[in-house]
Design a protein around this ligand. Structure first.
Ligand SMILES: Nc1ncnc2c1ncn2[C@@H]1O[C@H](COP(=O)(O)OP(=O)(O)OP(=O)(O)O)[C@@H](O)[C@H]1O
Length: 430
């Protein structure tokens, strides 16, 4: 090993991702423990080199791990960073997949702030999930840190200072459970995709699961995840959550490819929820009882006033989404950015075409590891041609008695909802 890497004395393996290993190591120059990430330098993706560059460029932000050093030693790349605490996924599992509403609101606010900072530095993360958020070091345990910048990319072209162009048929990059729908469909990622993953984190923390996560340990495929994701209503996703989360999701889903998200608006929704709950400051008290926490937030339990307020907001959002959708259809030959084609035969094809996969969809994946999705065109073709499922604009009537009067968006009358599409084709998604 080169002189620089012998600076670190490896103590134990902290974790292993798809792209390398992370060790607890002693920095012999400073006598401080650090996290030492090591990847094979034969790996063509060279994620660690990318991660080191990004980390150096974003140093100084709240919740950004300190960069210590990086380099190459023999056939391995290494990166030493500040040693942090357990991940939010670890904490969630430790708490039997239950967090108090105060904790979720605090986490949500902090995660949003990390994304705002990263985006302000012209980067998108592209692999947002609970495992990427770590509790701070011993002296700063209530700050949440964002890690793993291996797949991070600048959304600004350096030469022209312009936003990267909208593209389709892009390889899959990210983690299937938390990836945005557009990412599954091969659309180039932008700021909105980090935010959609963020919404899935919120839903996961509120419900303890996501509808597309298998209930038991069975093999799944990206297609199954995608189809289930497409056909899950956001109302169901956030049925056990503060109503503001649904508003955030609706807002995020309305963002255009290049659009700068309004982080202040999303933050104001967290603040509103916190005020209602009488929550002040940091509240990462993991041991708070979570009993009946969310019952009060279910839509069916909203007071008449807040119900009509919410209805108005949803109606307003839908109008604007409907408008944007029409615009985006014009741009994409009638195929809205978030729509996909599904037919009866296609769903059968999906089941037979893609056999069970050995990949762990809770782990970061890159296209080269997913042979069935080397070419996104194949996915879209295989998913058929008869029926458009306009996800996230569909609110299945049976499930929304309280918002029944909502002028159930013009889009739904033009196109069958995801649920009715499945009923008509008599298909079982899983
Ligand atoms: N600075 C750090 N301090 C403490 N633990 C860390 C640090 N960086 C990473 N880890 C831990 O190391 C483990 C491996 O991290 P890594 O990001 O490589 O993989 P992963 O996120 O588990 O998997 P993948 O990214 O492939 O989905 C994680 O459990 C993470 O919590």
């Amino acid at each position: 090993m080169s002189k620089s890497v012998t600076r670190f004395l490896k103590k134990s393996l902290i974790g292993e991702g798809n792209f390398g290993q992370v060790f607890l190591a002693l920095d012999q120059e400073t006598s401080v423990h650090v996290a030492l990430k090591i990847e094979s330098s034969n790996d063509t993706s060279c994620q660690l080199i990318n991660e080191a560059t990004v980390l150096k460029n974003i140093q100084g932000g709240v919740g950004i791990p300190k960069f210590i050093t990086s380099g190459q030693s023999g056939d391995r790349n290494y990166l030493a960073i500040e040693l942090l605490g357990p991940s939010l996924e670890d904490k969630f599992l430790e708490n039997d997949k239950k967090f108090a509403v105060a904790v979720i609101l605090d986490l949500g606010e902090q995660i949003l702030s990390r994304l705002q900072y990263l985006h302000s530095k012209q980067y998108i993360h592209r692999d947002i999930k609970p495992r990427q958020f770590l509790l701070g070091p011993a002296e700063d345990p209530s700050t949440i840190y964002l890690i793993d910048y291996g797949l991070t990319k600048s959304y600004i072209i350096e030469k022209s200072n312009a936003h990267i162009p909208y593209m389709e048929n892009r390889p899959f990059v990210g983690t299937a459970y938390f990836a945005s729908l557009n990412t599954h469909q091969g659309i180039e990622q932008s700021r909105r995709d980090d935010l959609e993953s963020f919404c899935y984190i919120l839903a996961y923390f509120c419900s303890g699961e996501l509808p597309w996560m298998p209930k038991i340990k069975i093999k799944t495929t990206e297609t199954k995840i995608l189809v289930k994701k497409m056909t899950s209503s956001p109302i169901d996703l956030f049925k056990e959550a503060p109503s503001e989360f649904l508003q955030i999701m609706i807002y995020v889903k309305s963002l255009q490819f290049e659009e700068k998200p309004n982080y202040e608006y999303m933050n104001s929704l967290f603040q509103a929820a916190k005020r209602r709950e009488n929550i002040n400051g940091h509240t990462l008290n993991w041991s708070i009882s979570t009993e009946n926490n969310f019952e009060r937030h279910k839509m069916t339990h909203l007071s008449t006033n807040s119900k009509s307020g919410l209805k108005n907001k949803i109606r307003k959002n839908k109008r604007s989404m409907s408008h944007k959708l029409k615009r985006s259809r014009k741009k994409t030959n009638g195929l809205a950015a978030d729509s996909i084609i599904v037919s009866k035969s296609c769903l059968k094809q999906i089941q037979s075409f893609i056999q069970t996969s050995d990949y762990d969809f809770s782990k970061t994946l890159e296209i080269k590891e997913m042979p069935e999705f080397k070419n996104r065109d194949i996915l879209l073709k295989k998913i058929g041609s008869a029926m458009k499922v306009q996800q996230f604009l569909s609110i299945p009537k049976s499930r929304t008695e309280d918002i029944d009067n909502l002028d159930n968006h013009k889009i739904a009358s033009e196109e069958p909802s995801a649920k009715s599409a499945c009923e008509q084709t008599n298909c079982k998604l899983f």
